[in-house]
Design a protein around this ligand. Structure first.
Ligand code: FES
Ligand SMILES: [Fe+2]
Length: 406
């Protein structure tokens, strides 16, 4: 077990003293509580502390299985700046490896690739199997000598990252020793158990979008937790799904957000609609739910589609949002591409409308006149639940990041 040097940044007495004071205020009852203080939105050292204490020790989403649909597909991604590669092995299993060659540390897979039989390093052409094992080391013993007695290939394979899959989402636990994946996913899977047998079909290019925002990732999650801003920021959405039709979702320790009692999409002038999942309870015939699934996902589930917005925290004040929309296969052959395009347009419009407030809150975090703010006891419960979730982990977890997590 080795710790990296930059952990000392988070171990100063000043950091922990400031943290202890802040946590007490966040954990207070909602009418007295203030939010997580500004440095957690503006200071790179605090951002790294969040990685060490919150992200690396638990589970987080880094991609979707639909991005590696076939055996032999590989997709490089970064997670808090750490290079990873998501691939589908020969047996069809999604696996995640640190995307770095064991030889001189070259990034192994620089671009999305398909039909791979091996991962070949661009530098000296060492080759790894899709299971991460090191299989070929050309010229390692001199020209034409591909083995060396002092080099044991079996000890130089790729480092695999602990992975879990749910609803086609690819989760990782970087430290490798976080809670069982089933414990993490269980409460949400239970809440949405009407959809447990759903056959998800990714809508392809018509159902993907990315958005760069100049704001800390937490502000996007916080904004997604609430319906409070519907009338002011989403007037079009609010005209058919009004503020008063919404309810809070609050499952402390796991997720929070909001739901709507009115979900009745009109996607085509001729009245056609997308196929609904069969066998769902009445609640879903007219309603939908939107959960901030901690730490970095914003999920929406409806009778006819599911979406995920995965947040990639690329810097303390910069986040990339990746949207993927899935539909439910009802067994019919039909072309709904126009409806899917319209649905993508509706959701990207909503997320675009949110950018102004999320970036505006980031700007506000530079103000010495703001010390965590206040919560509406009625409207901001789910946001306070998220703050408590983060605060508990920042205070309760100490970095114990193994080599595998770095
Ligand atoms: S760095 Fe990969 S083969 Fe040398
Ligand atoms: Fe919004």
């Amino acid at each position: 077990m080795q710790e990296s040097n930059n952990l000392s940044l988070t171990e100063t007495a000043g950091f922990d003293a400031a943290l202890t004071r802040a946590i007490e205020r966040v954990m207070a009852p909602i009418s007295e509580a203030t939010g997580i203080p500004n440095p957690f939105y503006t200071d790179a050292a605090f951002h790294e502390a969040e990685y060490q204490r919150v992200f690396a020790l638990g589970w987080a989403c880094i991609g979707v299985g639909a991005d590696v649909p076939e055996p032999g597909d590989a997709l490089p991604v970064t997670f808090f700046g750490r290079p990873l590669v998501i691939l589908r092995d020969r047996t069809g299993q999604v696996r995640v490896f640190h995307n770095v060659c064991s030889h001189r540390g070259m990034m192994l897979v620089p671009e999305p690739a398909s039909r791979l039989r091996v991962l070949r390093c661009p530098y000296h052409h060492w080759c790894y199997g899709m299971d991460g094992s090191l299989q070929a080391t050309p010229n390692i013993g001199g020209a034409g000598e591909h083995e060396h007695a002092d080099f044991d290939k079996s000890k130089a394979g790729l480092r695999e990252v602990r992975t879990g899959i749910w609803f086609n989402l690819v989760f990782v636990n970087m430290s490798g020793d976080g809670a069982p994946f089933e414990d993490y996913i269980g409460p949400l899977a239970e809440r949405w158990s009407d959809f447990k047998d759903v056959k998800l079909v990714h809508g392809g290019a018509d159902s993907k979008a990315s958005l760069e925002i100049n704001a800390n990732w937490k502000l996007a999650i916080e904004n997604f937790c609430e319906s409070y801003h519907l009338p002011s920021i989403h007037p079009a959405l609010n005209s058919y799904s009004r503020l008063e039709d919404h309810f809070n979702i609050d499952v402390p320790g796991h997720f929070s957000g909001q739901g709507s009692l009115v979900y009745n999409p009109v996607l085509a002038a001729d009245g056609r609609s997308l196929p609904s999942h069969r066998g769902i309870s009445e609640q879903w015939e007219t309603g939908a739910e939107y959960a901030s699934f901690f730490p970095n996902m914003m999920l929406g589930i409806h009778k006819d589609h599911f979406y995920v917005v995965r947040l990639d925290p690329v810097a303390v004040d910069r986040t990339v949002e990746h949207l993927d929309i899935y539909y439910f296969d009802d067994g019919q052959v039909r072309d709904d591409s126009d409806l899917r395009r319209e649905n993508l347009k509706i959701w990207t419009t909503v997320f675009q409308e949110d950018v102004m407030v999320v970036e505006g809150m980031q700007k506000g975090r530079a103000s010495p006149g703001f010390e965590g703010g206040a919560f509406s006891p009625v409207m901001d419960g789910p946001t306070h639940t998220f703050h408590r979730w983060i605060a508990e982990r920042l205070a309760g977890n100490r970095p114990r990041v193994s080599q595998a997590a770095e």
